[in-house]
Structure formats: C-alpha cells, structure tokens
Design a protein around this ligand. Structure first.
Ligand code: ADP
Length: 193
C-alpha cells in the first residue's frame, strides 16, 4: 500500500498515519519529522532548513525531494509507505511522479483530510499544551505567528496539490472534523476495508 495523506497543519495526518502504519505494516514517511531530525543532528540539510521551518515557511523542493528519493528506496519501504507532509507543492507532486516511475512504484490512494480552518489553531495550541504537560519540548513552529505562515503556505502551495491529484483520479476526501476513530474508519473505508 502506497499512500499520501494530504491536509492542512493540524488536520490529524500524524495521528492517522500512526494507525495506518500498524494496520498495513508500512512506515510513515513524514518530511517534517525527517527535517526536524536533521535539524537536531545538525546535518548540512538541517542547518539549511532550520530558520525557514521555525518561521513556518516551506523548505526548498530540492531538499525535500532529495530526502524522499532516498527514503522510498530503503528496505522497510519495499511493501509500501505513507507519505505525510509530502508532496506539499505541485512541483513536489510532479517530482514524486518521476521518482515513482523510475522505481517502478505506483500510488494506491491519496487521502485528503478536510478540516475547518477555524479549528486548526486551537488544535495546534492544544498539542503544545499537552506536550508541555508531558514534559516535552514544544515545536518551534507551534506558535500563532509561525502557524499563520504555515496556513498561508498551505493555502497558496499545498491546496493546489489536492487539485492536481483530483485531476488525475484517485483522490479520496475524508471529514477530518469527525472524532479520531471515525476518521480512521472513514479512511479505512476509502481504502477498501
Ligand atoms: P505540519 O504539522 O504543519 O503538517 P510538518 O511536521 O509536516 O508540519 O512540517 C513542519 C515544517 O517542515 C513545515 O512547516 C516546513 O517548513 C517543513 N516541511 C515539511 N515537509 C515539507 C515539504 N514537503 N516541503 C517543504 N517544506 C516541508
């Protein structure tokens, strides 16, 4: 199973990806997680990406496409993967098409989580509070200023990715405002069981 989870920041992609990972025994490939790991490790990619990420902007297509090109060829991704946070621009979607074709891979589904924008900031703030309560470190971009930039980037650059896949066929839309288990059930239904 090779799938893409689309949706704005705070839509619940990470939560649903964790469940899909267990169900299908495939890895979640989150470019956000991979970039944060690169920042933490202080790699050249991390050093290039950090300030853009902290401000809520998008890292260059070249960097993220490079990361995904390597990652989808690793052994644990042989039976499939869940892309979370990628592609985030139409140029990335086109680059992904090329990468998949080169590796003889096909996408099984593209699932979009639809969420009211008004609910997103509240979700991000809740996540930050829960992280603090659990003794963790809040993401540098989980604050209202960076969140606004993230949402703007989503509207301008990522929303067109849904249209790109809708045009090709294979886009499934799920109500991301429903309770977590209901969203999971809807995704499973969209994937055929
Ligand atoms: P979100 O919770 O907003 O979905 P992610 O954890 O997916 O956030 O990503 C965090 C940040 O990492 C983004 O705001 C962006 O700076 C960077 N990033 C992640 N994936 C991509 C991508 N595919 N293209 C460009 N930048 C990305």
């Amino acid at each position: 199973m090779r799938l893409i989870l689309l949706g704005p920041p705070g839509a619940g992609k990470g939560t649903q990806a964790a469940r899909l990972m267990e169900k299908y025994n495939i890895p979640q490939l989150s470019t956000g997680d991979m970039l944060r790991a690169a920042v933490k490790a202080g790699t050249p990619t991390g050093l290039r990406a950090k300030s853009v990420m902290d401000a809520g902007g998008l890292v260059s297509d070249e960097i993220v496409v490079g990361i995904i090109a390597d990652r989808i060829r690793e052994a644990d991704a042989r039976n499939g993967f869940i892309l979370d946070g990628f592609p985030r621009t139409v140029a990335q979607a086109e680059a992904l098409d090329t990468l998949l074709a080169r590796n003889d891979m096909r996408l099984d589904a593209i699932v979009e989580l639809k969420v009211d924008e008004a609910a997103l900031l509240a979700r991000i703030e809740k996540r930050a509070r829960e992280t603090v309560a659990a003794g963790g470190v809040v993401r540098a971009d989980d604050n209202p200023e960076a969140f606004k930039v993230r949402l703007d980037a989503y509207r301008a650059q990522t929303a067109p990715v849904s249209a790109y896949y809708a045009g090709k066929g294979g886009l499934k839309t799920v109500d991301g405002m429903a309770p977590i288990d209901a969203v999971t059930a809807a995704i499973n239904g969209a994937l055929g069981g």
